[in-house]
Design a protein around this ligand. Structure first.
Ligand SMILES: [Zn+2]
Ligand SMILES: [Zn+2]
Length: 350
């Protein structure tokens, strides 16, 4: 193999064993494009995969699902994209034939595989993707912002599941990247007041800087106490977002405080051994409990518009940049050893 035909890649050989090396640069097939990767975000789910705790992953695997880049090769039949075009990428591989695929509801395709989890992802210099998954971005959008579109759309899709009405008051529990993008998304969708709860003061500061109307530090006060302080009581809230999931502790709290007729969106992943003793109350209290899964291309197009217009911002969210060659070190120091605070880590290829 010639040097110009090979690309740098980092592969997760098995849980907690990352290996750097070189592979042949793939060539795009029919209706596919070759993308030179420019930015890859590090996600909480990457840590789950790294530790071998993700249910659908088999090893070896190249991780990386939050990425942006530029088109460097066009497969047969690709007319909608051009060489050199800058793109955000939907990390989905789908059948392309089912009724869900025909309407671009790719998150419902039963053959869906996510690149970076069920198929090889973007911890590489290049990746081949279906052309339909490469969404062009405007000149005023950075590669950093374009790599943030994936988590932003997880949040935006969830926000849409909350069926936000003009004037709604919203509480979001969990101020990680998804919670903070959900907070901004519900505002874009018409919510008038958005409050956010977390145990981490740094995250809450970031939430305030990006438009939260008030924050609740649950290390210092209960959510119900915080709502009394901020808006006079829990009954003011119309829509709740649980961005924590886990064993259902937050959902239980929400069910106990929600007024009748409220909407609740589960964004965080619930574990199978959940414990939600008051779940049955959602029937008599006529709560609407919504699930949400990933996003659709329309969400990407909307988010690109909001980011380029500055209506949704990533300001202050990316705390670290590292070259792709530091991936192994970053997983050791930030994921395993938790050596310092981070919000979003971005790997770069320049
Ligand atoms: Zn992610
Ligand atoms: Zn399909």
């Amino acid at each position: 193999m010639n040097d110009k035909d090979r690309m740098y890649c980092v592969t997760l050989k098995r849980p907690m064993v990352l290996e750097e090396g070189y592979k042949g640069i793939p060539s795009p097939g029919k209706d596919e494009v070759l993308i030179k990767v420019r930015r890859i975000g590090l996600c909480g789910s990457d840590a789950i995969i790294y530790y071998g705790k993700h249910p659908y992953v088999s090893y070896p695997l190249v991780m990386g699902h939050e990425f942006s880049g530029e088109i460097t090769g066009l497969g047969e039949g690709v007319k909608s994209l051009a060489i050199g075009q800058r793109v955000a990428v939907i990390p989905h591989l789908v059948c392309g034939k089912c009724s869900q695929c025909k309407t671009e509801t790719f998150n419902f395709c039963e053959q869906l595989r996510c690149t970076g989890a069920e198929a090889d992802g973007a911890h590489c210099e290049f990746i081949v993707m279906p052309a339909v998954m490469a969404i062009p971005i405007p000149d005023n959008l950075s590669f950093d912002d374009a790599a943030m579109i994936e988590p932003a759309c997880v949040a935006y899709h969830a926000a849409k599941r909350g069926e936000i009405k003009n004037g709604d008051t919203v509480l979001i529990v969990g101020a990680g990247p998804i919670g903070i993008f959900a907070m901004q998304s519900v505002k874009v969708l018409g919510a008038s007041r958005v409050y956010i709860a977390d145990i981490d003061e740094k995250r809450l500061k970031l939430a305030l800087s990006l438009g939260a109307d008030g924050v609740i530090n649950v290390a210092q006060e209960k959510i119900t106490e915080g709502l009394v302080r901020l808006i006079g009581g829990t009954r003011e809230v119309d829509v709740f977002f649980d961005c924590v999931g886990q064993n259902g502790e937050i959902l239980e709290e929400i069910i106990l405080m929600a007024k009748r007729g409220s909407r609740v969106v589960m964004v965080g992943v619930l574990q199978m051994d959940y414990n939600i003793p008051h779940l049955p109350d959602f029937v008599q209290h006529e709560l609407r409990l919504s699930g949400t899964t990933m996003y659709v291309p329309l969400d990407y197009r909307d988010m690109i518009k909001y980011l380029s217009e500055g209506r949704i911002s990533t300001k202050g969210m990316i705390t670290h940049h590292f070259p792709i060659t530091d991936i192994i070190k970053v997983f050791r120091e930030f994921i395993e050893e938790k050596k310092e605070y981070f919000f979003k880590i971005m790997f770069t290829l320049d």
